[in-house]
Design a protein around this ligand. Sequence first.
Ligand SMILES: Nc1nc2c(ncn2[C@@H]2O[C@H](COP(=O)(O)OP(=O)(O)OP(=O)(O)O)[C@@H](O)[C@H]2O)c(=O)[nH]1
Ligand SMILES: [Mg+2]
Length: 208
Amino acid sequence: MEVPPPKGGGDPKDQCSAVVTPAQFLLSATNPEQFPPAELPEVAFLGRSNAGKSTMLNTLLGRKLAYTSNTPGRTQAVNFFRVEDRLMFVDLPGYGYAKAPKAVARAWQEVIEVYLLQREGLSLCVLLLDSRRGWMETDLQLKQWLEVHRRPFVVVATKVDKLNQKEKNASQKAIREQYPSGDLIWFSGLNGQGVKEIWQTIWKKTAR
Ligand SMILES: Nc1nc2c(ncn2[C@@H]2O[C@H](COP(=O)(O)OP(=O)(O)OP(=O)(O)O)[C@@H](O)[C@H]2O)c(=O)[nH]1
Ligand SMILES: [Mg+2]
């Protein structure tokens, strides 16, 4: 199938977020009844709290649409963004936030699970791992869940700018031990590494 040329962030020379992709914040849902109609192919950003989901979304879009923070637990709703009237980006709350009250953590787990199970049009899950930490138990559970439910996903190792080459090699080895063959992209919100590859994967998986 012919893959449409990547638009936003598609050119390596534009990697430092120079390209602004037409996009707008649509809505913020705290329960599934508030989810918008599933009219467009959707890309969901998943990962532990503080892994860099909102940062990635902003880097891909070339501007700050999603809130980011040093404090884990920043994104506390399912946030939908319309991209180029062709796609929906979905910024999900992070899991594994130790300080979240148990009831809140459970409620979020439920919202995320309903989203992943029921969302029509969900074309790609971007599973983010902090490259300094690699797989943690909850990440592995989520990966297994995506495999069992046959949800297409790509693994992106974030914050690669914080690693030297030796640390990156070690991180790669550790990630590959649990994930020998699927797509693995290295990403930095600081210098734009990986932006082009992520966009290419998105266009490939969402082409209708
Ligand atoms: N150096 C560096 N810092 C990053 C990168 N990505 C994210 N960060 C930082 O990590 C922190 C968390 O980033 P967020 O994008 O808010 O993380 P999140 O996954 O959306 O977190 P929650 O909303 O809490 O689930 C912020 O201080 C970001 O600036 C990266 O690629 N490189
Ligand atoms: Mg966030």
